[in-house]
Design a binder for this molecule. Structure first.
Ligand code: GLN
Length: 540
């Protein structure tokens, strides 16, 4: 193919309409017809990346192989497409301005006044085209964060206007995602907000080519006709996006509506029936489980669904693979203590202690780990969850009173988790953790080696602290063993308790690498261990 085609996805009326899922679903349909497709997210906030954002602000921070701390939508892109994303797939206003200002300081604009148009918009345009120019993709879908009409979005919309013009007919199109609300009192679906939002887009010189209308009820033909008429789009370009039971239904819903066909027609590309065999087999298994398990997700952000997005999705993939329904029970670590722990945890078939930062909720996590360790309930600790498992073991098995991570107590007598050597001189918070993909060498005859079935694995990291190897000998002698190491630094990446039915703590984040096409082996093994626990306990 001579040129890369560009699809821009904008949003109107309201946030949280699921632009990321629509973009990922369309990309899936295009990929399933042989088009090399990628998705990029442009976020209009001033943070350089979401790495410094609290999960309450922006949900989970997703990490790529190359160590970018990104928006959680990139997780959806990878889960749907099974193609890794990278630094280039998430750009924020902060990053755009930073690079323009750096250029200005280097004297690259010497003599010129640096302005939003053309300098900021040129930078946005070049970031959009980096993926297209790499030669790796036939189609690049760029999702513009925020809602049309926001002040922050204006330079992005302007960049889209210019690019659409530069690229020419059939090379770029705009999909506008809007809400068609249902007014219960009137018993009617309303198109006016969509009309206004399309108009707002037009005020910036951008004509939407396709409307995807989020709705709770079927959009009848007369409403589609009305929307087409008012919004300057053809009738077959009004697509409904009705609430789905699972996000994994959305590609099929878009296929039924012909979104892929109309997109390809407008881009002058040929369309065929997408090959969704594997996808549909996954959906069938997901929807027809033969058994179920209940796994506790223990963390301090559990009240917010998006905080542990990748973990929840990894359970869906692993459950489907095993035809097991995984009921994830959110358990707030802040409210766990020795008095209520049995009540809250005894019915679980497995417990996952979540990643995190800082002191809040720590004692509840340690209490939970003690309970599942002593009661033989399968356990998976991720990042901070693994660190807490080491602390719990040191305190309660080895008797190291008040053993801790130096993150929580700088002066602890037993710093079983401490700051990594290369972190000691780091003063800035943004982008300075141990990030991205690292090798891990597995010890033979362990849960880890049997789960992965490989000698060396690659997993993604996001942390500053680590297992303190000074305590390795004592911890191992006590019965918790290190079963995965970084081959160069010998950092401990995995711990296990061989005398426990299934107790694994990992310093990395396996959840980031679980996709529909490739459910993560560690989550699969954990779900199977939970299933075994449930069966054994029922027999008793
Ligand atoms: N706060 C811990 C660290 O920085 C764990 C981080 C995490 O769970 N991602 O090492």
């Amino acid at each position: 193919m001579a040129t890369t085609k560009y699809i821009f996805v904008t949003g109107g009326v309201s946030s949280s309409l699921g632009k990321g899922i629509i973009a990922a679903s369309l990309a899936k349909l295009l990929q399933a017809q042989g088009y090399r497709t990628t998705i990029q997210k442009l976020d209009p906030y001033i943070n350089i990346d979401p790495g410094t954002l609290n999960p309450y602000e922006h949900g989970e921070c997703y990490v790529t192989d190359d160590g970018a701390e990104t928006d959680l939508d990139l997780g959806h892109y990878e889960r749907f497409l099974n193609v890794p994303t990278s630094q280039a797939n998430n750009v924020t206003t902060g990053r755009i301005y930073q690079s323009v200002i750096d250029k200005e300081r280097r004297g690259e604009f010497l003599g010129k006044t640096v302005q939003v148009i053309p300098h900021i918009t040129d930078e946005i345009k070049s970031r959009i085209q980096i993926l297209g120019n790499s030669g790796e993709f036939d189609i690049v879908i760029t999702e513009i964060g925020g809602t049309v009409g926001d002040i922050e979005s204006l330079p992005y919309i302007e960049a889209v206007r210019q690019l659409k013009w530069d690229l020419g007919e059939h090379n770029a199109l705009v999909i506008h995602l809007t809400l068609v609300p249902y007014l219960a009192a009137a018993g009617e679906l309303k198109t006016k907000p969509t009309q206004h939002s399309v108009k707002t887009l037009m005020e910036s010189g951008v004509q939407a080519d396709i409307l995807v209308c989020r709705t709770e009820h079927e959009l009848p033909l007369d409403l589609r006709v009305k929307l087409a008429r008012f919004c300057n789009v053809t009738q077959d370009s009004v697509i409904q996006s009705i609430d789905a039971k699972t996000i994994y239904d959305v590609p099929n819903l878009m296929l039924e509506q012909g979104l892929d066909k109309i997109v390809l027609k407008k881009l002058d590309l040929k369309s065929e029936t997408p090959d969704l065999k594997h996808w549909n087999a996954f959906l069938k298994r997901h929807k027809n489980p033969k058994s179920e398990v209940t796994i506790g997700l223990i963390g301090k952000y559990v009240e917010l669904q998006d905080s542990y997005k990748s973990i929840l999705e990894a359970f869906i993939h692993a459950g489907a693979e095993n035809e097991v329904k995984v009921n994830v029970e959110s358990i707030h670590s802040e409210y766990l203590n020795a008095d209520n722990i049995k009540l809250k945890l005894s019915h679980l078939d497995g417990a996952l202690v979540a990643p995190g930062f800082g002191e809040r909720g720590i004692s509840g996590k340690i209490e939970a780990i003690k309970y599942v360790r002593e009661n033989n309930i399968p356990f998976l600790g991720i990042c901070l969850g693994m660190q807490m498992a080491v602390i719990e073991f040191s305190r309660n098995v080895l008797g190291f009173k008040d053993a801790n991570s130096t993150e929580m107590d700088e002066n602890t007598k037993y710093p079983v988790i401490n700051l990594m050597e290369e972190q000691k001189d780091v003063t800035e918070k943004g982008g300075t953790m141990r990030l991205g993909q690292w090798d891990c060498e597995l010890v033979e005859n362990t849960v880890a080696s049997s789960v992965y079935n490989h000698k060396v694995i690659k997993e993604r990291h996001r942390h500053r602290y680590e297992f303190n190897s000074d305590y390795k000998a004592e911890i191992e002698a006590g019965g918790m063993i290190a079963t995965g190491f970084n081959p160069e630094t010998k950092l401990v990446e995995i711990v296990e308790i061989p005398s426990h039915p299934w107790f694994v703590g990992v310093q990395y984040h396996p959840e980031y690498k679980s996709t529909v096409a490739k459910p993560h082996p560690l989550f699969m093994a954990f779900v199977m261990a939970a299933k075994k626990h449930r069966t054994a306990n029922k027999k008793k």
